[in-house]
Design a binder for this molecule. Structure first.
Ligand code: PMP
Length: 344
């Protein structure tokens, strides 16, 4: 390869795998983090965004001068926006009012139009971010709605790139893959690739309280009582996206908003890894499942996006205090300090 890339899209992927040393002290296994922040849009979603755009081009669904429409919590939008800038498309994104302001600002910075929709309405409600995206795609000529929930190019991107990278970087020694689940693209694509290499690899999904996945996976029941508002961003759903391949997932672990927020802060402070809220949730899930792991296990946990998108939230003490999360963080720290002292 020449000493430079032809455009920024060529820098997507080949992200580092980094050993976690302090935050997983009580976990007997080796835990490696697949840190996706080095992608140009600072999230794993660049991979699937580019794939959805290029598959749509190949299928003749996206034509020169067209408009790309998507409902996004921010990261997919960023990936699509980068592809759109390089390839010359317009972008309109719908998002929800629970997403951090930084994510909306970033999308606007790369020239996208962003429509903020209410979070607390059902997916069928005409005001929901799914419905608005669908309506715009019908109204706007020469437009293409990516629909990351049901567009299977999403999980295929991870089957083709993220999964093989993890397999090669661990030299086939990975025993567990752990990741937060939103559209399901990451877990399903990576999970399928890994299980094809070694069917004994365990695939664990992280699900926030307020999301339907765990109950559906365990009982086959879509229980509306499981649906209620929560803080954790990017993971959990009130729908069953086509990209979630429930068959390859061995277990869903629930993690609270508070633990996810504390985990996010601890990753920055104990490991120097500045990542987002779903990464905090995923690492707390690994810690909750410590008793399921053995010393010679090799766990890979995927961190989706960069922490700079959350500086006004989990990384902000006032935001933490308002939710009663900071007091709990201090209690946890106190307990750890006492435990550490008693080790001497
Ligand atoms: N974490 C973050 C921050 C995300 O933006 C997303 C995507 N919604 C996920 C996790 C979940 O990834 P996936 O959609 O591939 O399941």
């Amino acid at each position: 390869m020449a000493g430079y890339y032809n455009n920024i899209l060529e820098t997507i992927g080949n992200t580092p795998l980094v050993k976690l040393n302090k935050i997983v002290k009580e976990v007997p296994a080796t835990v490696l983090a697949k840190v996706e922040t080095t992608n140009p849009g600072n999230s794993v979603k660049d991979r699937m965004a580019l794939k959805m755009v290029e598959d749509a081009e190949k299928a003749g669904l996206l034509k020169p001068g067209g408009t790309i429409i998507e409902c996004t919590s921010g990261n997919t939008g960023m990936g699509i926006a980068i592809a759109a800038v390089v390839k010359g498309y317009k972008c309109i994104f719908t998002t929800t009012d629970k997403q951090s302001k930084e994510k909306v600002d970033i999308l606007r910075a790369v020239g996208a139009e962003v429509i903020v929709c209410p979070t607390n309405v059902g997916p069928e409600d005409p005001r929901s971010y799914y419905s608005v995206a669908e309506r715009l795609s019908k109204e706007i000529p020469n437009s293409f709605w990516c629909n990351q929930y049901d567009n299977l190019s999403n999980r295929l991107a991870h089957y083709e790139s993220t999964g093989p990278e993890i397999w090669e970087q661990t030299e086939g020694k990975i025993t567990h893959f752990v990741v937060g689940v939103g559209t399901g693209g990451t877990i399903s694509g990576v999970g399928r690739y890994l299980k094809e290499q070694n069917p004994n690899i365990k695939i664990w999904g992280i699900d926030p309280y307020g999301s339907v996945f765990k109950k559906y996976h365990e009982t086959g029941e879509f229980d509306e009582k499981e649906i209620y508002p929560y803080v954790t961003e990017g993971i959990g759903e009130d729908i069953l996206p086509k990209n979630v391949d429930f068959e390859i997932i061995d277990h869903f672990e629930k993690v609270t908003d508070k633990d996810a927020a504390i985990g996010t802060r601890e990753l920055a402070r104990q490991e120097g890894i500045m990542v987002g809220n779903s990464a905090g949730s995923a690492i707390m899930g690994v810690k909750q499942l410590a008793s399921e792991l053995k010393e010679d296990d090799l766990v890979v946990v995927l961190f989706h996006d960069h922490g700079s998108r959350y500086v006004g939230k989990m990384f902000n003490d006032e935001w933490m205090r308002e939710r009663g999360f900071l007091e709990d963080e201090l209690k946890v720290k106190d307990l750890i300090a006492k435990k550490d002292n008693s080790d001497f």
